[in-house]
Design a protein around this ligand. Structure first.
Ligand code: CA
Length: 227
């Protein structure tokens, strides 16, 4: 997940970027509006973190411009100006959410996760890998025409793997995004392995073609190709 953070206060920008990198996100920093605007138009991001008070082109101006260009990427505005008016102006200009400075990092992280989930949910409602199909609206899973019944956690796990099909998913990613476990002092690798084994029993064991593969020392991959 690539995040662009447009923020002129170097200290805030660095601290947030380091925190987000530790959570596995890729961060690009822009220190003024012009630079941010240029990056938005030259690369693809999954989320924009936008400070409102910027030298040159300010946050609201950037937001209005990108929305008028049809850019829909989820945008979270950060503002030191804690007045209702600014918030309303921000949301009317096309922001998805806002956070008032100073903010606590876990709060920022929580908001980012919600926006990224929402953003992804909008696009894709149905997944397929080989003869395995998942419908997010009816919550039905079918393989080779046979319905497969999963627990809620197994469902979330499979959805995550399908959203990342043909990419290796690490246990760390699963802990963070499926179990919402951010405390590194709580290792849940065994729990993840148990759920992967259960999922494999349901989606792979009865069928000749295996889709869920373990990548030793790295994680898991859902792919119709044999590894
Ligand atoms: Ca600022």
């Amino acid at each position: 997940m690539r995040i662009l953070f447009i923020e002129d206060e170097w200290k805030v920008a660095r601290a947030v970027a380091e925190g987000l990198e530790r959570e596995g996100y890729q961060i690009e920093l822009a220190h003024n509006g012009e630079e941010g605007f240029f990056l938005l138009n030259s690369r693809k991001f999954d989320l924009l973190l936008l400070d409102l008070m910027l030298p040159g082109r300010d946050g609201l101006e950037i937001l209005k411009t990108i929305r008028s260009q049809g850019m829909t990427l989820p945008t979270l505005i950060l503002t030191a100006r804690d007045t209702l008016e600014d918030r309303v102006v921000g949301l009317n200009s096309g922001a998805d959410d806002y956070l008032t400075k100073p903010f606590a990092f876990p709060e920022l992280l929580a908001r980012i996760r919600v926006l990224l989930r929402r953003g992804r949910g909008k696009d894709i409602l149905r997944f397929q890998v080989a003869d395995l199909e998942m419908d997010l609206v009816t919550r039905k899973i079918v393989r080779a025409g046979q319905p497969i019944h999963l627990t809620a956690r197994e469902f979330d796990l499979l959805e995550y793997l399908l959203r990342h099909d043909r990419q290796v998913v690490s246990r760390e990613m699963l802990a963070r995004d499926v179990w919402q476990e951010t405390n590194r002092a709580t290792p849940i690798d065994n729990l993840i392995d148990v759920h992967i084994a259960r999922l494999r029993r349901k989606i792979d064991d009865p069928f000749p073609q295996k889709l869920l593969h373990t990548v030793r020392g790295v994680g898991f991959i859902l792919s119709e190709e044999t590894l």
